[in-house]
Design a protein around this ligand. Structure first.
Ligand code: PLP
Length: 374
């Protein structure tokens, strides 16, 4: 479920009219199209509510990869004389590869390290920021381990040092409370979301841009999204994102209660019944749904092939990089022993998982690990 989630039936039903019946272009002047502007604004308000933002500060994008690129791009454009970016070694490829591209364009990038538990040292962030720093991009929750970064403190440091802060909150949405409201919330300047991690369809995301934060478009075109992002709005997907955000907010109170016991049951079961299995990621400073485990002596690929045969969907890193033979960059950044990064798998649960599924996943994992060790 950290790779993606199903579209909820309620979300699908909310979207349905906007494919074949209400198919107008929201930018048209006639009512058949223009009435859809209000539909988009309802969805914007629903997304804004999920993160404690004002509707005006939320723009729709095609995905979080675009949101992440657009945020860093905007911060760099606004500070064109500053040629330094601070990020971490464990960010998603949509941030890391954007930074790599910027390095080729002459930027210097600091990739902050993490400790064995995947945690960041705030002193490292303090030390990395210089007068040359244009933007800090640090995620809320890690997609591979679920480890949570101290986003509130990060935002305070960035604000105090006068540096723009972008937060990739993709894995946090729907799993922990996100609040960017001016007084009590996280003072991030930009915050990225994507629908398909919280039961909206793939292909729609959002970017929160704090009112006073600079923004210049990554995608130039028509006047959509108040001139911030060109391109005809995909009304059905936007409606789906809005509905999913509303439901995620409604279900948030129960999320931990439902998913944590399932995750803990799976994790404790694996660690107690499979010798030489090691948890990757801080025990408590972590999302309730994710467990990332190294099975020493067993290659991830072999485990995953056999688990797949058992009908268990797990991964050895981000789904976006699943076709590469590279070991997990996240676990590699956490542990010096590179075998740990090639011998790990991630299970990521959802509140809709059921106890019998977790029992089956545990039994299959124990079975295939024993098979591969003999
Ligand atoms: N950031 C994180 C932490 C992710 O887990 C993902 C999803 O794979 C992304 C960004 C990219 O999201 P999208 O697939 O919407 O581009």
């Amino acid at each position: 479920h950290n790779a993606t989630t199903s579209v909820l039936h309620e979300v699908f039903e909310a979207m349905r009219p906007y494919f074949c019946e209400e198919w107008g272009n929201p930018s048209s002047t006639y009512k058949f199209g223009s009435k859809l502007k209000a539909v988009i604004e309802t969805a914007r308000a629903q997304v804004a509510e999920l993160i404690g933002a004002h509707s005006r500060d939320v723009m729709f994008t095609s995905c979080a990869t675009e949101s992440n690129n657009a945020a860093i791009h905007a911060a760099l454009k606004a500070n064109s004389a500053k040629k330094h970016i601070v990020t971490s070694a464990v960010e998603h490829s949509s941030v890391l590869n954007y930074c790599l591209a910027m390095e080729k364009d002459g930027y210097r990038v600091t990739y902050l390290p993490v400790d064995r538990d995947g945690l960041l040292k705030l002193a490292d962030l303090e030390n990395a920021i210089t007068d040359e720093t244009a933007v800090v991009s640090l995620m809320w929750a890690n997609n591979e381990t679920g480890v949570l970064f101290p986003v509130k403190e990060i935002a305070v440091i960035c604000r105090a040092r006068g540096v723009l802060y972008h937060c990739d909150a993709v894995q946090a949405a729907g799993k922990v409370e996100i609040d960017v409201s001016p007084d009590v919330g996280i003072q991030a300047d930009y915050l990225s979301l994507t629908g398909h991690k919280f039961h909206a369809p793939k292909g729609v995301g959002a970017l929160y841009v704090r009112r006073k934060a600079p923004f210049s478009p990554l995608i130039h075109g028509g006047h959509q999204e108040r001139n911030l992002r060109g391109g005809t709005e995909c009304v059905p997907l936007i409606v789906g994102l809005g509905k999913a955000a509303e439901l995620a907010r409604k279900h948030l109170a129960d999320y931990e209660k439902k998913v944590r016991p399932l995750r803990d049951g799976l994790e404790e079961g694996i660690l107690s019944s499979i010798p030489n299995a090691e948890l990757n990621g801080h025990k408590t400073q972590r999302l309730a749904n994710t467990t990332n485990i190294t099975f020493h002596g067993i290659e991830s690929e072999a485990l995953l092939i056999l688990l797949d045969k058992e009908g268990i969907c797990a991964s050895s890193g981000s789904a976006c990089l699943a076709d590469s033979a590279e070991p997990s960059h996240v676990v590699k950044a956490m542990k010096s022993d590179t075998a740990a990064a090639r011998q790990m798998i991630r299970f990521s649960l959802d509140q809709n998982n059921e106890t019998n599924q977790i029992r089956a996943a545990l039994a299959s994992t124990v079975k295939v690990a024993r098979m591969l060790r003999t």
